[in-house]
Write a protein that binds this ligand. Structure first.
Ligand code: ADP
Ligand code: MG
Length: 398
């Protein structure tokens, strides 16, 4: 059932506790990528325009219950005020007297940002005492932090139990649910899923869930070598998981039973040396079939690229999770970038989920041509696995 959003309720004059994801990268107190702040603006602006009292909260980094200056949200307040074009009152605590006083002084349309919720140990423990303190300063709970929606913490889930008024999503979570949820549950067909990344063990639940929905699944990344060994091929020193051979085989037979086209790489780019930290590779070759001893697969080969591009181009919906190779190294990013190009230039509704996948598509230069990029790494994966996200589950249904 659809989740209520800020648009479904009356926010005027209400104190809204808005859980944002302001977990921005910082370099000596300077925000190096303001993307998450920009992404939060539509919900904040909507609340301001509709005369709510906007109390913003977030975590930043992993201070583990300690008040550490390096994890302060103060730089976010300054950046946010500039982008919003109105003052943002920063309170250097997230509960207690200072917070109560600041909230009591708010007028309709005011914006307050509270200090890092993870400065309290109770946050990650979903401590009811902390949740109650959060709930005490607000009438309405707005969750707009998709990236932490898979965690039941005090500010993401626990608070909902003690909030008397509405519990709704912001526009960011609404969009995530629309694309990762609705658009993949009832996709325009053909629906092609591209799965890659490091390990079958990380992705098997996702594969399993998507075998129920997809018409075609394209496999790349190191995951492909576990499928290869399961089918009796040799993979040299490629990353693989021998104990996941059965898992791989059962995915293949499930695909067959369901009539899902399940494509594995037909050729590989291999190298005799990989220095991940130094971003360097040895000699590069393309092989079909077995990978010789002492060599490892680091990307899908050109024939596979062509095969996958054709499948992508003829699709109406494309969901992509997991890069096709070691995209962090330029020489090993060719397959991933070629797939990104096909996804970007095709007509399909294109949805990218997964932290490294989003990094890869940004690096490829095609990110502005995809329909939707998820903001939640782990959360998007868990959602695609079909798991219930606690931070969404506590919200009111329409
Ligand atoms: P996501 O974060 O999008 O879910 P993953 O974390 O599963 O993706 O996988 C990303 C990682 O997989 C990248 O760091 C990439 O270098 C690695 N990877 C992809 N292909 C290979 C390969 N052939 N060998 C080793 N690592 C690989
Ligand atoms: Mg990852």
């Amino acid at each position: 059932m659809a989740i209520k959003t800020v648009k479904d309720i009356n926010v005027s004059g209400k104190r809204c506790f808005v859980r944002c994801d302001f977990n921005v990268p910082l370099d000596n107190g300077v925000i190096t990528d303001p993307n998450r702040i920009v992404a939060a603006l539509p919900t904040i602006k909507y609340l301001v325009e509709n005369k709510a009292k906007v109390i913003l909260t977030s975590h930043l980094g992993r201070p583990k219950g300690q008040k550490l200056a390096e994890f302060s949200l103060a730089p976010v307040a300054a950046a946010l005020a500039e982008k919003l074009g109105q003052p943002v009152t920063f309170v250097d605590d997230c509960v207690g007297d200072k917070v109560n006083a600041a909230v009591a002084a708010m007028k309709d349309g005011d914006v307050v940002l509270l200090e890092n919720v993870r400065f309290y140990k109770g946050e990650e423990k979903n401590d009811p005492e902390l949740s109650k303190q959060f709930a005490a300063i607000a009438d309405v709970f707005v969750n707009d932090a998709f990236g932490t929606a898979h965690r039941a913490h005090s500010s993401t889930a626990g608070i909902a139990e003690f909030i008397k008024g509405d519990k709704v999503s912001g526009f960011l979570i609404e969009k995530e649910l629309e694309f990762l949820g609705d658009k993949t549950a009832n996709p325009d067909r053909p629906f092609t899923v591209i799965l890659g990344g490091a390990k079958v063990s990380d992705k098997i639940t996702v594969i399993d869930a998507l075998l129920e929905k997809a018409d075609t699944i394209l496999i790349g990344g190191a995951m492909a070598y576990t499928f290869a060994i399961a089918q009796g091929a040799k993979v040299g020193s490629s990353m693989n998981e021998p104990d996941k051979k059965e898992t791989a085989l059962s995915a293949l037979s499930k695909a067959k039973a369901k009539g899902v086209q399940f494509l594995l790489p037909v050729d590989h780019v291999i190298t005799d040396k990989l220095d991940f930290a130094g971003k360097a590779v040895g000699e590069l070759k393309v092989v079909e079939g077995d990978i010789p001893d002492g060599w490892m697969g680091i990307d899908i080969g050109p024939k596979t690229v062509k095969l996958y591009q054709d499948a992508i181009t003829s699709s109406k919906t494309v969901l992509w999770n997991g890069p096709m190779g070691v995209f962090e190294i330029k020489a090993c990013a060719v397959g991933t970038f070629a797939v990104a190009k096909a996804v970007a230039e095709g007509d399909a509704c294109s949805i990218i989920g997964g932290g490294d996948s989003v990094k890869a598509i940004k690096k490829s230069g095609y990110s502005d041509k995809v329909t939707f990029m998820s903001t939640g790494g782990g959360a998007s994966l868990e959602f695609l696995e079909g798991k219930v996200l606690p931070g969404v589950d506590v919200l009111d249904r329409k």
